[in-house]
Design a protein around this ligand. Structure first.
Ligand SMILES: [Zn+2]
Length: 260
């Protein structure tokens, strides 16, 4: 599946021998794919990823899976802050929001999906830990963004996803400046899912960014950082279903048990 190996010098060892149990998806955010690939392999650039996926679906491996690539930066998920030590990073060639943000071509998405499935067979990656860079760094990052077809990946056994609750105009909204128990409840639920968010009861800029990140991944029809009824219902749905989705390796173990 990997067309080519182009070793990047930008990696280290995973902390305490941590085994990867997360996939973080990125877009390159640069006008040209080749320039992005060069940067990820340039000595001294300080950035890398395990894999790079071109628009035409070609996959390049830059860093071995058991090494710690430098793709996540200052990030947090489920209380863990060294995301590079626990994750495998995939850079998907797309110019991003600053350069017109084109759709992801079908061939590219098929390649990303196949790559993730392969990673899932070599590592134990729970579906809820296939994430966007924006999920683990909501204040800094938007990638891979609201055009990324998480549903398509989910239908191929990659990641956790539920059909978003429909947007109802005129419903109750929570937004910047609001405070109270309803805000606290959403903060607790976002935190329970894995997002890094203080439970303060204040709808502050941190909360706005986290809700926007949540929407980019799970309710992409409208990304505005507003806690509307659709966003809240989608979050509740995700929490209710996340335990039911088994990892591919858990499914394989079950099948093995049935067979023996
Ligand atoms: Zn990124």
């Amino acid at each position: 599946m990997v067309a080519e190996v182009k070793p990047s010098p930008n990696y280290g060892e995973r902390k305490d021998g941590r085994r990867p149990d997360m996939i973080v998806l990125h877009y390159t955010g640069m006008p040209g794919a080749s320039a992005a690939l060069e940067l990820l392999c340039a000595p001294g650039s300080g950035v890398s990823a395990h894999y790079f996926v071109f628009e035409d679906g070609r996959i390049i491996q830059l860093v071995p899976e058991n090494r710690r690539a430098w793709h996540a930066g200052a990030s947090c998920w489920a209380g863990e802050t060294d995301i590079n030590s626990c994750s495998i990073g995939i850079e998907i060639a797309n110019p991003g929001h600053d350069y017109g943000y084109p759709d992801f071509p079908k061939r590219q998405i098929a390649a990303v999906t196949a790559l993730c499935r392969g990673i899932q067979t070599r590592n134990t990656i729970p579906p809820v830990r296939v994430l966007a860079h924006s999920d683990v760094a909501p204040a800094r990052k938007q990638d891979p963004g609201e055009k990324f077809p998480w549903r398509t990946l989910h239908e191929s056994g990659v990641g956790h996803w539920v059909k978003p609750a429909p947007i109802v105009e005129g419903g109750p909204l929570l937004a910047l400046g609001d405070r109270g128990d309803d805000v606290t409840a959403i903060q607790e639920q976002l935190g329970e899912y894995g997002y890094a968010i203080p439970v303060s009861g204040n709808y502050d800029s941190v909360m706005h960014d986290v809700v926007a990140a949540f929407q980019r991944h799970f309710r992409p029809e409208r990304v505005d950082g507003v806690g509307d009824a659709s966003t809240r219902a989608t979050l509740r749905d995700l929490l209710a279903t996340r335990g039911r989705v088994k990892t591919i390796s858990a499914r394989a173990r079950d099948l093995g048990r049935l067979a023996s």
